[in-house]
Design a protein around this ligand. Structure first.
Ligand code: ZN
Length: 188
């Protein structure tokens, strides 16, 4: 079994656009370093991307229009553009699992452990973690690679919630990169 990196909602609308998350720019370098490390180790990098249909999706009634399919706002930011072997899963609700093929993809890739990064800690990361827990995946939340609309305090509360309620580990990007590197050295 293996580990996959999930990069959640690092889209133009959430980083610099109409639903900007203030802490999101700070987590870009850590996500970039993790993605490079996972690719180098041959581990899956999976982008989970909010993609809505205007006038259709119920979620838009609550939040207003954002991440509309086909617009620049729904694209992954240039700094983290998906590479050739990466996967992109589009979602229309908070959870990356809800009515998407993420679970099928993870099973086919023999993934049992998810490393969660991106935004928002208290919305899409948290709902994705809930669905991952319900399905039996091990969860790692990367403290310095998630951010939340409700600031640093909200971010910490969200990380604690996932730890208490879903049994997630929390660590930082540097530790994961180090541990993947040493696994690779042990099993060349
Ligand atoms: Zn949305």
């Amino acid at each position: 079994m293996t580990t996959a990196l999930l990069v959640i909602d690092m889209l133009n609308d959430f980083i610099s656009g109409k639903m900007k998350c203030d802490g999101a720019a700070d987590i870009i370098p850590q996500i970039r370093a993790l993605a490079e490390c996972f690719r180098k180790e041959g581990l899956p990098v999976i982008y989970i991307c909010d993609t809505h249909y205007p006038g259709v999706d119920k979620e838009l009634e609550l939040w207003g229009e954002h991440a509309i399919a086909g617009t620049k706002g729904a694209e992954v930011i240039d700094e983290l553009k998906p590479q050739e072997k990466d996967f992109v899963v589009r979602k229309r609700r908070y959870s990356g699992f809800f009515q998407t093929d993420l679970d099928l993809l993870l099973r086919e890739l023999k993934v049992d452990r998810l490393v969660l990064t991106g935004i928002d800690t208290n919305i899409c990361v948290r709902h994705t973690a809930a669905d991952a827990f319900f399905r039996g995946y091990r969860i790692v939340v990367v403290r310095n690679a998630v951010a939340s609309w409700d600031g640093a305090e909200g971010n910490e509360k969200g990380i604690s919630y996932m730890s208490e309620i879903y049994g997630s580990e929390s660590t930082n990007a540097e530790e994961i990169i180090e541990s993947l590197g040493s696994e690779a050295r042990a099993n060349p």
